[in-house]
Design a protein around this ligand. Structure first.
Ligand code: SF4
Ligand code: SF4
Length: 398
């Protein structure tokens, strides 16, 4: 181990120890749960610096650093607040590469599942399309067909039944709009985000090469995704991993759906007034700077009012599930999401709208545990409901 060889070595000495990353604005959500500073930006920078200077015993320092790195939700709030603009999340990823021999047991299991089955759940590739039973006819028409537009569904929505509402709603919207797109459901592999979040770049590269080749085979020019993690990985990480620009444009499912509404291919009708809050996913917002599409889409939804959570956009609260924390430290994931749920309960939210299946599921799990009347759904599910209202009202008037 030689920290001096790290690309970000100098950053350890740039840290001003000011603690803005600990408690300014959005603040470090994990720190508010565990209350020890090793998890924070400052804690990790001090530990790395002390290790580099030989002020800490190697094993003691690396064990502490591993704990801090893997209890971190990768929410990016620290980087947002850092007074000297240290690219903290990049530093964490590089440091994780140093501690691969001591990663948490559950991260090791994810790695093994990814290597053998190409998804974190260790389920068969053939089961990747289990979500499609409600839309089998539409699915069969679109799967692996050459098209200009493609939809990469991602592992969470494919395998986690409670997150399958997004792909089901999206396929129904595609059908309502009479569009032709391609889906790769059985030929997709994980985008590689769990390897990247674990600090193992090389293994993610293989998945990137595979997925890009599969998408290219179908002549896709625009790829849309409904997972914030997949979005960040395709948009920011694949060009770095593959050392070239992708031959297709990557957008969110919200941008695709908004386009259909603007072109009047989708028409919407409300039946009731509904108060929603959009949960900015960390990997879409702070990591990729994408805040406006969701607001613009919600502005096009009749009868829907976006209340905005008190902490939104760059100050949005983390859902607690990111950075592999849900797998490794579920108690932290719970503590973090409860603060977000409290904000939704205080502001009168009826529906929590998501653009990330991991956020949707963690919020949903603890809303149910709290017996809250708030529902956590993907934003596409609400659009589908409004589109279906329109279709039903046309049928009634005929
Ligand atoms: S990424 Fe989020 S959880 Fe991790 S140290 Fe920064 S603020 Fe804390
Ligand atoms: S905000 Fe930046 S400079 Fe200040 S303690 Fe955190 S990492 Fe160091």
């Amino acid at each position: 181990m030689n920290l001096k060889n790290l690309k970000h070595y100098d950053e350890f000495f740039t840290c001003a120890y000011c603690a803005y990353c600990v408690n300014n604005n959005a603040a470090c959500p994990t720190f508010l749960s565990v209350r020890h500073e090793i998890v924070t930006g400052r804690g990790k920078m001090i530990t790395a610096r002390n290790l580099a200077q030989g002020l800490l015993k190697k094993d003691e320092g690396l064990d502490a650093l591993t704990e801090g790195l893997f209890q971190c939700t990768f929410c990016g709030a620290c980087e947002q607040e850092c007074i000297v603009d240290i690219p903290l999340t990049e530093v964490y990823t590089e440091l994780k590469g140093l501690v691969q021999d001591r990663i948490p047991t559950d991260t090791k299991k994810l790695y093994l599942n990814l290597e053998s089955k190409f998804n974190i759940y260790g389920m068969d590739q053939a089961d990747r399309n289990f979500w499609n039973f409600e839309v089998e006819d539409i699915y069969e028409e679109l799967v692996n067909q050459p098209a200009e537009v493609g939809y990469f569904i991602g592992c969470v929505a494919s395998y986690m039944g409670r997150a399958s509402g997004a792909p089901v709603a999206i396929l129904k919207l595609v059908d309502h709009a009479n569009e032709r797109i391609s889906i790769f459901s059985p030929t997709e592999n994980c985008c590689g985000n769990p390897f990247l979040l674990g600090g193992c770049q090389e293994k993610a590269e293989t998945l990137a090469e595979y997925n890009v080749a599969e998408i290219n085979k179908l002549g896709i020019k625009t790829l849309f995704v409904s997972c914030a993690g997949c979005y960040r990985v395709f948009k920011q990480e694949y060009p770095k991993l593959l050392r070239k620009e992708l031959p297709f444009n990557v957008i969110t499912h919200m941008e695709y759906i908004l386009g259909l509404i603007k072109k009047e291919k989708l028409k919407l009708e409300s039946l009731t007034q509904i108060n929603v809050s959009f949960k900015d996913p960390c990997e879409l917002g702070r990591h990729c700077g994408e805040y406006n599409i969701a607001r613009e889409l919600i502005d096009h939804l009749p009868g829907v009012t976006n209340l905005e959570l008190p902490d939104n956009r760059e100050n949005a609260l983390c859902c607690g599930a990111g950075g592999l924390v849900k797998a490794n430290y579920p108690d932290i994931a719970k503590d973090v999401v409860l603060k977000l749920i409290h904000q939704m309960e205080e502001n009168g939210t009826e529906l929590c709208l998501n653009a990330c299946p991991s956020c949707q599921l963690n919020i949903d799990q603890f809303l149910q545990e709290q017996q809250s009347p708030i529902l956590s759904i993907d934003i596409s599910q609400l659009v589908h409901r409004l589109s279906q209202n329109y279709i039903n009202s046309l049928a009634m008037n005929q």
